[in-house]
Design a protein around this ligand. Structure first.
Ligand code: ZN
Length: 255
């Protein structure tokens, strides 16, 4: 599933425009193309996951390879897209947008694992905030890219109306459906007044639910949704206090 290969530097090899062929052949063609473009050693990993669709890390020191972790959709990318990948790796924002465009046009190749996802329509791109991109960055920063969950704007069907009760915060800005592995973020947050860090915090919180997998207490049969270690990890978020303060302000002003 995850062929991983390293190609030696070889400037004489031309990038290939291969469509079709075995995954192994296309992977090695892609490796050669990237080697030609970066003029250095390349470590290429092709993935079939749904979230980390493209990661490009240029070498930090001389002698290190360029590292590419790419979704299989890139096996069919033409040279313009590959050039954009390399330029994006060098922090070219316009190239990053070209890569994003390619990904958007090929999202049909990203197949979520069926059954459990049945009936769940994901719409991660809002008017202001792109949840998919935000989740990807949270996943990289806090979970080493290791969480594999879905995300969408929307409300938890079980709590469709944001209710307000006197004592506890009842408006849930995020929810996590552990069966479908879907994080839902309340659409009220999709506006420019809401800073990215706050949405990242809500995503981080929901991803912790995926990580900690809510154990049921054997003795009581009760599940603690936010056990102490959950709260402890939640506080590791760098802007934890700002996020809590923002939440209070936001609830007062907008909800
Ligand atoms: Zn929670």
């Amino acid at each position: 599933m995850n062929p991983c290969m390293t190609t030696p530097p070889d400037d004489s090899l031309e990038p290939e425009q291969s469509v079709g062929g075995s995954v192994a052949a296309r992977t090695s063609a892609l490796g050669r193309a990237l080697t030609a473009l970066t003029k250095t050693r390349v470590s290429l990993r092709i993935n079939h996951n749904t979230h980390t669709l493209a990661t490009v890390s240029p070498p930090k020191r001389a002698g290190e390879p360029w590292k590419f972790n790419l979704h299989a959709m890139f096996l069919d990318a033409d040279e313009i897209v590959l050039q954009a990948l390399v330029a994006w790796g060098k922090n070219d924002d316009a190239a990053g947008r070209a890569v994003r465009k390619y990904i958007d046009a090929h999202m049909h190749a990203v197949r979520p694992k069926k059954s459990r996802m049945a009936g769940v329509v994901l719409s991660p791109r809002g008017n202001t905030h792109d949840l998919h991109a935000l989740m990807q960055s949270v996943n990289e920063e806090f979970f080493g890219g290791g969480r594999s969950v879905y995300i969408t704007w929307g409300q938890d069907g079980r709590r469709a109306t944001p209710a307000r009760r006197s004592r506890t915060r009842q408006i849930r800005f995020g929810s996590y459906d552990e069966h479908a592995k879907v994080i839902r973020i309340h659409p009220a947050l999709d506006r420019p007044e809401v800073p990215e860090f706050f949405i990242r915090f809500v995503i981080y919180h929901e991803m912790l639910h995926d990580l900690l997998d809510l154990e049921t207490n054997e003795a009581t049969g009760r599940r603690r949704i936010h056990p102490p270690e959950f709260r402890e990890m939640e506080r590791l978020f760098p802007q934890y206090h700002e996020a809590i303060a923002f939440e209070h302000r936001f609830l007062k002003e907008f909800m």
